[in-house]
Design a protein around this ligand. Sequence first.
Ligand code: NAP
Length: 277
Amino acid sequence: MAAKIIDGKRISEKIKAQLRQEIKKLNKKPGLAIIQVGNNPVSEIYVNNKRKACEEVGIFSELHRVPENVSEAQLVNLIQRINSDNKIHGCIVQMPLPNHLDGQKIVDALCPLKDVDGLTTYNQGRLLGGKNTAHIPATPRGVMKLIESTGIKLNGKHAVVLGRSNLVGKPTALLLQQENCTVTVCHSKTRNIPAICRTADILVSAIGRPRFVKANMIKRSAVVIDVGINRIGNKIIGDVDFENVKKVAGWITPVPGGVGPMTVACLLENVVKAAKI
Ligand code: NAP
């Protein structure tokens, strides 16, 4: 039997509809500041999508475009002004940054309450300590909501996460562990990834390698969440060989239309949460 498709687009639309209602009841308009360094065309698309989604739900957004050769001091200065701006409740620094900038140092200039990407050392530490008050990075939150939508009980399940980045892999592994999964994290130095994947009840792939995850790496009926975004020509494909994996898995997310829209919806949730605080 073919896997059930987890429709991230539909779930994200539901979240946005709820947020629209919540925002109407607030006595202020939530505000998001986005800092974009340089003119990376892919960042341009992501920033536009985020601003469009803000507008859809009633969040005010402002874009701070800064030139590629901006200094760390100038960026930190901009962030400090945003920190003290009362109409802004959340701020994100669009990644990737040019090589001369220390991304963590810049993000750490953000007040943790406004760090709606959950990337400051403070918020990462809160997540490590299992504190739910922190802003949790949007993509891992989206992944968890997609898994939750299947109705599958996570207690005691074996989850395998491919990728260990601070943005996706690590926080996803922590969230799965908080739900009592036994978690294995794989990375570029891991030996025999196919054998490890075959033991996964839940497999999350966030490595950025097109069609890396093959059907013979999947346990029958597993939940497969594909975070990867790989551009091949003008097509976007995931890390998972979708057409073949769906013949073995129990549940699977498509790319596009899976994790991507959930990331945006969960970012908006963090902005509204910040506005309420
Ligand atoms: P990243 O920072 O480049 O991290 C990639 C991770 O994958 C690293 O831990 C790396 O291992 C591991 N890796 C790379 N090649 C591997 C291989 N052949 N076998 C096993 N592990 C391998 O990337 P990221 O920011 O986490 O993003 C991962 C993917 O998700 C990208 O395609 C990105 O575009 C996508 N993404 C999607 C969304 C969304 O909303 N859908 C959001 C964020 C990211 P090492 O640590 O050993 O180098």
